[in-house]
Design a protein around this ligand. Structure first.
Ligand code: ZN
Length: 250
């Protein structure tokens, strides 16, 4: 049993409560553009235009810029879940995985069929009324913005709509973070996938799980700050490794 994938599969099969944390590495394989770095979104757009402060001061202008950003980076291409998303959904269906906690905002875990998903930073798939909290598909809000409704408003109460993601400068919602810490704290195997484990609150979750006695597995292309103390440290393409893990469990 020297094969690390077989060995990790065995640990997952033996564990009672497995929780996964996913980061950008899971999304980039689906063609979600990266924001930072060379060729990233912030080389072409001014990050300040998308701040929470800007949204509050000028929601119409914010939505117009948001529409430009969306057209520039996504166009008409449909973003689909990849092998990593499907593997995690499969692990949950088979009863191996309790929940996915994600730093990603693309909604692809749910699209792949994962049912228990905690989105730490909200979701780009929906828009939310700032007054009454009513939600609708983000696509509907974008369509209305494209037709000149700037900002798009809630059909229930007339309040301004906001993408249901945490904007720069906006405080994180408490509920998902609390839930993620609870899940991590009572997990007995914590699987960090495609996350650089450098951004809070996600970075604190594996440590929390380990303090509570959980086995820690880190799967990422590059080393992370927690790789040295992980029980399993697998440097691999997550879209290949997770399906292999599912196969090893069959
Ligand atoms: Zn409303």
């Amino acid at each position: 049993m020297d094969d690390p994938i077989e060995s990790l599969a065995g640990a997952i099969a033996d564990a009672e409560r497995v929780v996964a944390l996913t980061g950008a590495g899971v999304s980039t394989a689906s063609g979600i553009p990266s924001f930072r770095g060379e060729g990233g979104i912030w080389e072409q757009f001014d990050q300040r235009d998308f701040h929470y402060r800007r949204f509050n001061a000028d929601p119409g202008g914010f939505w117009r810029d948001r529409l430009d950003l969306r057209d520039a980076f996504y166009g008409d291409s449909e973003v689909e879940p990849n092998g990593a998303h499907h593997a995690l959904a499969e692990l949950e269906r088979e009863g191996y995985l309790e929940a996915v906690v994600t730093q990603n905002v693309d909604g692809l875990h749910a699209a792949a069929g994962s049912e228990t998903v905690v989105e730490l930073h909200g979701t780009n798939r929906e828009a939310e009324c700032v007054e009454c909290g009513r939600r609708l598909p983000a696509e509907t809000a974008f369509e209305r913005a494209a037709e000149g409704e700037l900002p798009p408003r809630c059909e229930g109460c007339g309040g301004v709509l906001k993408p249901a993601v945490v904007l720069f400068g906006e405080s994180m919602p408490d509920e998902p973070t609390i839930r993620a810490h609870e899940l991590a704290g009572r997990s007995d195997l914590f699987l960090a996938v495609g996350s650089s484990l450098q951004v809070q609150p996600a970075a604190g979750l594996p440590a929390r799980a380990q303090r509570s006695g959980a086995t820690l597995a880190v799967v990422n292309l590059e080393a992370t700050p927690l790789s040295d103390r992980a029980d399993y440290d697998l440097r691999a393409d997550v879209t290949e490794l997770l399906p292999a893990l599912v196969e090893a469990l069959e």
